[in-house]
Design a protein around this ligand. Structure first.
Ligand SMILES: *[C@@H]1O[C@H](CO)[C@@H](O)[C@H](O)[C@H]1NC(C)=O
Ligand SMILES: *[C@@H]1O[C@H](CO)[C@@H](O)[C@H](O)[C@H]1NC(C)=O
Ligand SMILES: *[C@@H]1O[C@H](CO)[C@@H](O)[C@H](O)[C@H]1NC(C)=O
Length: 299
């Protein structure tokens, strides 16, 4: 027995060592690959990416025709409690401390630009996952503002030099309020994203928000999804192409607003390989933030 083991040990040790070295080497190679991807994506704008057709719109805050003539509300909310309010089990991510961390950033930007900032946490409907209450919050400000800019609590303004009016002009292509579309959104690899969007004061918007709120069959408890984003996707899919064209605008480049921070993970690498166009459009900057709005436009 002992004799046999002595003879068997060296090759198996060698084998184990080479497997270990191979694993180490491929991990290092993979890390290097991630590092290269991340640095290429961080310099996306230097590499020719344009987040909008006409960068000159962004040459300054006061250059936009819309600036200072429109009343804009920045609305956000965060439900700090982990309980969903009706005692159902929940695995939802906790938002504890999120508004305390990002509220200053949002308020400072709104104050600088002359927008109203509304933290609508007191409007949360406890009968639904808190994310649904963004609809209530937006509706509450629509009659008193021209545009309501919804931004999820886990977003920050990463470029405070860019006015929301400029973002709107960039997406819509003109500055006339009366003929503007009513809903301005972005799209990522999963489709329309309800995290950050604009709603214009209009009859159409009021009805749209009410219909969205009424899609109760989409409400989901006890998962990381709450259903409001799926309901929005359904609503937009259900619109006729004519209605979609005249009332909704989807930003062709997500790096204009509601862009994400690219960080290496299996999921993001998978998306990079299989949806590289979308990753390019989503955009990123070198700022470490939770999720980003008003990301790098031109540099
Ligand atoms: C939404 O539901 C309420 C209550 O059921 C109803 O009164 C209202 O007409 C509905 N609105 C729309 C736009 O479907
Ligand atoms: C979906 O579209 C149909 C046809 O236009 C319409 O009758 C229906 O009300 C829409 N449903 C929702 C939830 O908007
Ligand atoms: C990130 O970008 C900003 C603005 O473009 C630049 O001033 C800063 O040096 C960059 N930081 C790093 C770590 O690359």
């Amino acid at each position: 027995m002992a004799h046999r083991r002595v003879r068997a040990t060296p090759p198996s040790l060698l084998r184990r060592l080479s497997v270990l070295l191979l694993a180490l080497f491929s991990s290092l190679l993979f890390l290097a690959f991630l590092h290269i991807c991340a640095s290429v994506l961080r310099r996306a704008n230097d590499l020719g990416r344009r987040c909008l057709a006409n960068p000159s719109v962004f040459s300054g805050i006061s250059t936009s025709a819309m600036t200072r003539t429109l009343k804009i509300a920045m609305v956000s909310l965060s439900q700090e409690e982990i309980s969903d309010g009706v005692g159902r089990p929940t695995r939802r991510r906790s938002f504890r401390g999120v508004m305390a961390a990002v509220g200053g950033n949002k308020r400072a930007y709104a104050a600088r630009m002359g927008y109203d900032f509304i933290d609508a946490h007191d409007l949360v409907d406890p009968a639904r996952p808190p994310s649904w209450s963004k609809i209530v919050a937006v509706r509450s400000q629509l009659s008193s503002h021209d545009w309501v800019f919804w931004n999820d609590a886990d977003t920050v303004v990463t470029n405070p030099d860019i006015a929301l009016e400029n973002v709107l002009v960039a997406v819509i292509g003109q500055a006339d309020f009366e003929t503007s579309p009513d809903l301005v959104v972005t799209e990522d690899v999963n489709g329309i994203n309800a995290g950050v969007f604009f709603v214009r004061r209009s009859k159409w918007s009021e009805k749209f928000l009410e219909t969205w709120w009424n899609l109760t069959s989409f409400i989901q408890f006890g998962s990381t999804k709450s259903g409001d984003n799926d309901a929005l996707k359904y609503l937009l899919k259900n619109l006729s192409s004519h209605e979609l064209r005249s009332h909704v605008r989807i930003s062709p480049m997500q790096c204009l607003f509601n862009s994400y921070l690219w960080y290496p993970s299996w999921k993001s690498v998978h998306q990079l390989i299989f949806s590289s166009g979308a990753v390019w459009r989503v955009g990123l900057s070198n700022l470490s933030s939770i999720q980003m709005i008003l990301g790098s436009i031109t540099r």
